[in-house]
Write a protein that binds this ligand. Structure first.
Ligand SMILES: [Zn+2]
Length: 413
């Protein structure tokens, strides 16, 4: 490894360490909630939500650190290379079968490292706080289905990527970027049709007042909204939510059945208006375009860092040796973590814009404020986040910020 390479890796690790420590510090010591919160929430509500979110945040950062530690250990202990040699030995030196074995081995190890955190946060904690309605069998079924899907898709991705390193030794990263861009569009289009139904059941919203509300809102927003679906979220959680997904002909708004069951009609209207605002403003497409830019940047940087780190291995003809996979994963994990503030800042912009447009569509600031209060109360959302946590990890502005934005616009009308 060149001196430059070790500087790059050390910088990445130190930065990720600083971010993680600050994240843990502000999770444990979140400071005071702004006084404005007391108009909407009681101290007990704020405390309860904080406690729940503290647990969830600690588990998520520990899971991340455990995976990074595992990858660093693989590289530093030279096991990454030894396992790769072992795989090549096992297949009699045949490259692609060895790559497949090596990938599965690394994939399974990473899954094993993450599993306790995953199980604790999505099953045990969810039951402790009374959110989960899922049985243990159903949890494992979801986990296995998601795992198999991930294994197949990421396995195919890794095979293609390594094949490209042999085919285009200096420009594989651009080829991979192009391929990934195409894939992002295809998967955004197909996800609601092929993947979402593996986990949940979706039904068109029945005729009735909510359907009429959707039609009226769509008319005001100037949208041809064909699909508003109700998802059987209650088979897993008591939390309420909604989302906008798909691309082109597969665009749809999905409402949790828990939202329709537990929230008054004018708050449901505020949710639908918010999702329609995402639709009207093309947020999925704009998000995809940002994703494409980020992927090219990430892959270009990955190539540059691999060239510095594995100068000798890369100079040889043929595809990269399998053990480079571990360094690639480590780099991608670190840079994605450090790039979160940019991604989340863009997402928070879209959320703010969607709230603003939703208010224009419903003209009902009172319902939008009550919706934020109810969602925070029932889903135990942090009322106001410490600035650092919001900056690093929050895709949405905090409920209090969203409430205050509605209040401000309500007054300026
Ligand atoms: Zn949104």
């Amino acid at each position: 490894m060149t001196a430059k390479a070790s500087m790059v890796w050390t910088t990445l690790l130190i930065l990720a360490g600083i971010f993680s420590l600050a994240f843990i510090f502000f999770t444990l010591f979140p400071g005071q909630v702004p006084d404005a919160a007391w108009q909407y929430f009681t101290p007990a509500e704020v405390e309860r939500a904080r406690h729940y979110q503290q647990t969830m945040r600690l588990v998520s950062i520990l899971a991340f650190l455990a995976q990074i530690a595992f990858l660093v250990w693989l590289v530093a202990s030279t096991r990454a290379a030894a396992w790769s040699d072992g795989a090549l030995c096992l297949t009699g030196g045949r490259y692609y079968p060895a790559l497949v074995i090596y990938f599965v081995l690394i994939w399974l190890s990473l899954k094993a490292v993450a599993l306790p955190f995953n199980f604790y946060s999505s099953f045990i904690v969810q039951h402790q706080w009374g959110f989960s309605t899922q049985t243990l069998t159903s949890w494992w079924l979801d986990y296995l289905k998601g795992g198999v899907l991930d294994l197949i898709l990421s396995g195919a991705g890794v095979l293609l990527l390594f094949w490209a390193t042999g085919r285009w030794p200096h420009t594989w990263w651009a080829a991979a970027g192009l391929f990934l861009s195409g894939w992002l569009f295809i998967s955004a289009f197909l996800w609601p049709l092929l993947v979402a139904p593996l986990f949940n059941r979706f039904q068109p919203i029945p005729e009735g007042p909510t359907k009429t509300m959707v039609t009226q809102l769509a008319g005001r927003a100037g949208l041809k909204v064909k699909e508003v679906l109700v998802m059987d979220a209650s088979s897993r959680t008591t939390k309420a939510n909604a989302y906008f997904t798909g691309l082109g002909a597969t665009k749809r708004i999905v409402l949790y059945d828990t939202l329709l069951a537990d929230y008054p009609p004018d708050e449901v209207e505020a949710v639908i208006a918010h999702e329609m605002a995402h639709w009207q403003r093309g947020h999925i497409l704009r998000g995809l375009l940002w994703g494409i830019v980020a992927n090219f940047l990430l892959l270009g940087l990955l190539y540059a860092v691999l060239k510095l780190t594995f100068t000798y291995e890369i100079a040889r003809p043929g595809p990269y040796p399998p053990h480079l996979l571990v360094a690639m994963l480590l780099f991608i994990q670190l840079v994605s973590f450090l790039g979160q503030p940019v991604q989340n800042a863009i997402s928070r912009c879209y959320e703010t814009e969607a709230d603003r447009v939703a208010l224009e569509l419903t003209g009902n600031p009172g319902a939008m404020i009550r919706l934020q209060v109810d969602l925070a109360r029932k889903n135990l959302g942090d009322v106001a986040l410490p600035a650092f946590i919001e900056w690093l990890s929050s895709s949405h502005p905090s409920p209090l910020a969203r409430i205050q934005a509605v209040e401000k616009r309500g007054k300026s009308k």
